[in-house]
Design a protein. Sequence first.
Length: 772
Amino acid sequence: MTLAFGALLALTARRLDRTLARSFQLGIENTDLIEHLATARRQSDHARTQIETTNVALGKEVHERRRAEDKIRSSETQLRSILHNLQDVVYRTDACGRIVWATPSVEQLLAYPPEEFTGMTFADLYRDPDAAAGMERELEVHFGILENFEVALRTRTGATVWASINAHFYHDAAGAIAGIEGGIRDISGLKYAREALHKEKEKIQVTLESIGDGVLTTDVTGIIEYLNPTAERLTGWHLLEARGLPLHKILHLIDETTRRAVANPVKRCLRENRATVVPGNTTLLHRGAEHEHSIEVTAAPIRDGADRVIGAVVALHDVTRLRGLARQMSHQATHDALTGLINRREFEVRVKNALITARNDHKHHALCYIDLDQFKVVNDTCGHGAGDELLKQLTHLFRDKIRESDTIARLGGDEFGALLEGCPLQNARLVAEDLRRSVEAFRFTWESNTFRVSASIGLVPITADSGTLSDVLSAADAACYVAKDQGRNRVHLYQPDDGAVAQRQGEMQWIHRIQLALDEDRFRLYYQPILPISHRSTAGRHCELLLRMLDRTGEVIPPCAFIPAAERYHLMPAVDRWVVHSAITSMARGEGVLKDMDSCSINLSGQSLSDEGFLEFFVDLIETSGIDAHHVCLEITETAVIANLASAGRFISVLREMGCRFALDDFGSGLSSFAYLKNLAVDYLKLDGSYVKNLVHDGTDRAMVKAINQVAHAMGIQTTAEFVESENILKILRMFKVDYAQGYHIGKPQPLDAPIAASAVTPGPLRQGQSA
């Protein structure tokens, strides 16, 4: 409209100009007309000026409009770009809830092209049919505004997408609700991360509630934030009670030994900015000090994502049972299980300490080595249960007779030790005598049996000059055995010039030499021939295997030098194992003279008869060697059989079934009785050499040998005479019809690898024309 008006004014001005020009040309000189025309010109100039001003204004307006249109076009371009690249979906619905418009990102989120998405409703997308009603309720409750409504949507391909929906009503010009507009954001990654985090948190929570260790957390000031159930049990505090309290109000830690308070572990770990362990054996006092727990405590700082310390965690590992077991194991390692007394190992530690104080502080102590005299009688009569009860009752008796500062120990079997610390020798003798008299006066009753027991005691002073632990124990042991040898039920005081103790100690030195010989394989087997001398004898070559020891210089040591010590100190089972293993192995290999022997006799001690494992060892050895057991004859002394009658019977029975034969050695050396022979399946009686060597000159010995030989033959047992040292003795034995002869006249002991010497003695019975 403004442009048209301007054009009209311009047209009018041009017409006036033409009219004026024409008037001037016509020469009309009317003054009024001239004035009128001047006025008209002025008006025309004014109009022209207005037109020009208007045109300028119009030009500016057009320019501004164009700039505005450019901005709008740029904004529209930017908006289209933003909407095109937007990952979230922006949508609008009509009043019926149908999608009327959505951004292209809907295809990326839900796989629907925008044109296909248009016309759908949210109900078409919800994985859960009830979600639509939930969205409507949320809109109503929040007055048409919905924020972060999380819901599972189904994509065009059927996949599930978790989305967060924002929505609000929009209105038409009349104010009525025209529909909903808002945005849809993909939160699948967030949802799955949140679920994973929840699972992890749940797992951690379940773990914390299930683990056996107590866990507490605090803030940086040491204020309790969390206790797991185990921590609640250990401390006696529930989480709701403890939360907000300082740690020291909840966690009462003391040193197990000193009972002093332990420093706050959280303060230390926060101060040092590292994980820390509370040293030593720590005890946690339960709330109200009702009871306590042995625990191991560790504390560590808790850090946030920026590595800033925001608190601390304390772990409480309950080791009450573990420390109890450790104490129990320590007690078992140092104490005797039956009596509760300290054992030999701990006793030796205390004696060693006493030796140190004697040397350094010039203190006087004493050691008593106590050995019961009739303990074996109780064991053999009533069984091991009775023996154990006797030891326990004597333990109480011993404890009542010594001071609290003294030590009583069970050293093994029926042997005890008493360490009297700070006790001069004169007082120690009184204590030892009191112990002896108390045992002598004691009566032990088991079922219907009552027993008297006694004790032999070796007493040794411990002074600065006592020497080593081994010296003291050796002297005490030797003094005790001297007390036994001198009649039992007495106290023997050790003195440096004690000859009896010196002899006993000499025997004890043999223990070490025997053990070394076993370890270094310095035992050797010798053989001595056994000659058949009667018509009842089994033909062939027979021998007895004898034991010798070699010292480190190669000198041969006879058995009489070391066997008594081995028997006294219970080393014979080990020696016997060496003997039978070496003998059976040599027989199986046919080494030396053994390849020509029809029968080999092997000596066994009484201790091996009562050794439960020895019989099994011997049976396995025979079976694995492959030798014929009929070639093996086992010799056991008469006294050993009588002392171990029950075990000897079983031992003989088992091995005879395998084919082994048995000889009863040194028969007649004790108060012999043929009655027990009825129950022992032995093949040979070996007449004791003390009768045989005097046969020529002693009529009583001849009568004994003849009688024993006759009774043995009547029982179906063959006989062997030992110590046959002359032809005259041999003739008498042949006359008595003794079956076998053995001795220096028949052949001396020789190493296994020595050749069999030709004997001047002819085997067989007494021939016609020979006289005794």
